[in-house]
Design a protein around this ligand. Structure first.
Ligand code: PGA
Length: 251
């Protein structure tokens, strides 16, 4: 399966910083053979759409509303994201689950709305440190995936991207071993295949959490790790391109 590397800029950037970062990424694109995307803050979608025009880099947002249109102050709809050339939206990132109170049900609603409107949701799942220490990783991740699969038609499930991001590995420099991550990816794969059969083998499952150029190969060598969702290392063009190059060598 073709690997997918997606940058999650989180709440970082400015007009000047984004322009420099994207110029740097553009310069290295001729060497990239994997799929590449960046999920940028809402206000910069218009800027980034223009700066990425004519490149193969796919634009995405970091969240999307579960509603189609109307009196939802502060929310951004799938339709609006499509207006700015977005193809992806991250949904259910742990920082939204933690700081914005997003439950499994809210995440499932958002995924359903995004798919219905023609966006590819990158559905984030992952256990906290406490969950991990209690030996509940598979149970928690399994439940998070199940909440999404339950509300979708089989054909919609085939259009998902999943990101396994252990919460304790995000922005901390700590990571599971590639083998530990693979175990969780394999479980997610089993859930997907259990529900939609062979089509589940084509759903990309990304790893996220302190992925960087020096550890990317270990993760991307695993059978069920089809790419990465990159936070900190996506803010430096050289690091982001270096991860893309590791992924390109494993397509
Ligand atoms: P990180 O973030 O690479 O900085 O750990 C990943 C993410 O939160 O998507």
């Amino acid at each position: 399966m073709r690997k997918l590397i997606v940058g999650n800029w989180k709440m970082n950037g400015s007009l000047a910083v984004n322009a420099e970062l994207l110029a740097g990424i553009r310069q290295g694109l001729h060497k990239v053979q994997c799929d590449l995307g960046v999920c940028v803050p809402f206000p910069y979608l218009a800027q980034c759409q223009i700066l990425l025009e004519g490149t193969s880099v796919v634009l995405g947002a970091q969240d999307v509303s579960s509603h189609a249109v109307g009196a939802y102050t502060g929310q951004v709809s799938t339709r609006m994201l499509l207006d700015f050339g977005c193809r992806f939206a991250i949904v259910g990132h742990s920082e939204r689950r933690e700081f914005c109170g997003e439950t499994d049900e809210v995440v499932a609603d958002k995924v359903q709305r995004a798919l219905a409107g023609g966006l590819t949701p990158i559905v984030c799942v992952g256990e906290t440190l406490e969950n991990k220490e209690d030996g509940r990783t598979q149970e928690i991740v399994g439940r998070q995936i199940d909440a999404v699969l339950r509300v979708l038609e089989d054909a919609e499930i085939a259009g998902l991207v999943v990101a396994y991001e252990p919460v304790w590995a995000i922005g901390t420099g700590k990571t599971p071993t590639p083998e530990m991550a693979q175990e969780v990816h394999a479980m997610i794969r089993t859930q997907l295949v259990g529900r939609i059969g062979d089509a589940g083998k084509g759903v990309r499952i990304l790893y996220g959490g302190s992925m960087k150029p020096s550890n990317a190969a270990g993760f991307l060598d695993m059978t069920d790790i089809d790419g990465g969702l990159i936070g900190g290392a996506a803010l430096k063009a050289a690091d982001f391109l270096a991860i893309a190059s590791v992924a390109s060598a494993r397509n």
